[in-house]
Design a protein around this ligand. Structure first.
Ligand code: ATP
Length: 406
């Protein structure tokens, strides 16, 4: 049977994976066999998520669905953060995996509580939705999930008396572990920023999460870490890092959906107040031109975006929010030119110079100084993928380290 749980945490504590891991341990002690454990990320643009819109699914053998359901509800009632207005837990138990269509809807689009309950009734699931019951959406999606591509995350959990205190880790060991296991693990550290990114800062029970391509690699990486002792850890099979949220673009962007889009840059990037970079893009599908944003938290990724020129053919991945595409990564497919002539500074007054016309060199806007020509420079961007730094990456976004023939 398959057990799904979602929406048990709040910004003040708990984590649905922790509850799922505790439940697995309780079930094993009671004589059940717990097989695959899945950490399923759903549409990253739902507004009521606490952190990363995760739900969990446990594959359980032994006993009756009713007994497993009761055990799950008991633990949810004991540990979920019911006081938080936004915490609306859901528990679902099914004997067989339901049609994956519901998983894809929750992953790539939106679902209502009403349609979820109708579906649960139709398939004869055992279910309980607490408070407004919204957690049933994630719980049903998790048990309906299919993983044509999958990665793994080893989550190490803190002992309860340490919840809410600063996490004790030896940072150097995280850098060493990442260096020893990359590209088979990723997002442990951000080497460019010199920061550890796999250790959360909130009151939740997670000590760290190591992401990688197989259970063996995440275990090997975790074995190299020095930190406060975790109480226990769990390896989850997950859709993280697979781009499963992206839809092929059809020319009509919809709010809250994420797309992969081919097309051409039609107006060069500009840096706006607050540091975000934006440019205009024409999709190959036709339809309206699209405004693309790379936000300030994406840091040095914006330097690569700024290097795009009108006419460059690129592939974009990102979410459509408030009439703009919020960029997760892009691929430079064909660059309009490999060389650029930078507008020179005036040798007389230091002001900006502009072209004086074809073959006539440059003239200064301030003092009318002139020069004949400027050196041609190679563009500081080549064909290939460019992505946001690990700190700004969405859980579902596939890291370039995993992009092979894409
Ligand atoms: P947790 O660790 O508790 O799972 P979270 O950051 O993953 O925290 P939730 O607290 O689970 O976020 O909140 C997300 C809520 O949105 C859940 O109730 C879930 O059922 C619901 N949800 C998930 N995907 C969709 C969707 N596509 N459409 C509508 N609701 C969704």
């Amino acid at each position: 049977m398959f057990l799904g749980i979602d929406d048990t945490d709040s910004p003040d504590g708990m984590c649905t994976t922790y509850l799922g891991a505790m439940l697995a341990e309780n079930l094993r002690r009671a004589g059940y066999t717990v097989g695959e454990m899945r950490l399923i990320r759903l549409n990253p643009n739902v507004v009521w998520k606490t952190r990363g819109n995760a739900a969990v699914c446990l594959e359980v053998t032994g006993g009756t669905p009713e007994a497993v359901f009761d055990a799950a509800c008991g633990l949810v009632e004991e540990f979920a953060e019911f006081d938080c207005e936004n915490t609306n837990p859901g528990v679902v138990v099914v004997k067989e995996r339901p049609d994956p269509a519901f998983y894809y809807q929750a992953l790539q689009r939106f679902c209502t509580i009403g349609e979820t309950v109708r579906r649960l009734d139709k398939i004869g699931a055992l279910y309980c939705g607490y408070k407004c019951g919204r957690g049933l959406i994630g719980a049903l999606a998790a048990v309906s999930s299919v993983l044509p591509d999958a990665t793994y995350e080893l989550l190490a959990y803190r002992s309860p008396e340490r919840f809410g205190t600063p996490r004790e880790i030896v940072e150097e060991s995280f850098f060493a572990s990442a260096a020893a296991t990359f590209p088979h693990t990723w997002d442990t550290v951000d080497p460019a920023a010199g920061t550890v990114v796999c250790v959360p800062h909130g009151k939740d029970p997670v000590l760290y999460g190591i992401r990688g391509e197989s259970p063996e690699w995440v275990e090997a990486s975790a074995a190299l870490l020095l930190s406060e002792p975790p109480t226990f850890s769990q390896i989850w099979k997950t859709n993280q890092g697979t781009d499963a949220h992206l839809l092929d673009y059809d020319g009509e962007p919809l709010e809250g959906l994420s797309y992969r889009i081919d097309g051409v840059v039609i107006a060069e990037p500009l840096t706006r107040c607050g540091g975000h970079v934006q440019f205009l893009f024409m999709p190959d599908t036709g339809g309206p031109a699209i405004i693309v944003f790379a936000f300030e938290p994406t840091k040095e990724f914006r330097h690569m975006v700024r290097r795009l020129l009108s006419g460059d053919r690129i592939t974009l991945c990102g979410s459509w929010r408030k009439n703009a595409l919020h960029l997760e990564k892009f691929r430079a497919n064909t660059l309009v030119t490999t060389e650029v002539r930078e507008s020179p500074k005036c040798p007389v007054c230091g002001g900006r110079m502009t072209s004086a016309g074809y073959g006539k060199g440059y003239k200064c806007r301030n003092c009318s100084g002139r020069i004949r020509d400027v050196a041609v420079q190679m563009r500081e961007i080549t064909e290939g993928w460019y992505e946001v730094p690990p700190d700004a990456r969405r859980h579902l976004a596939k890291p370039i380290a995993r992009m092979q023939d894409d």
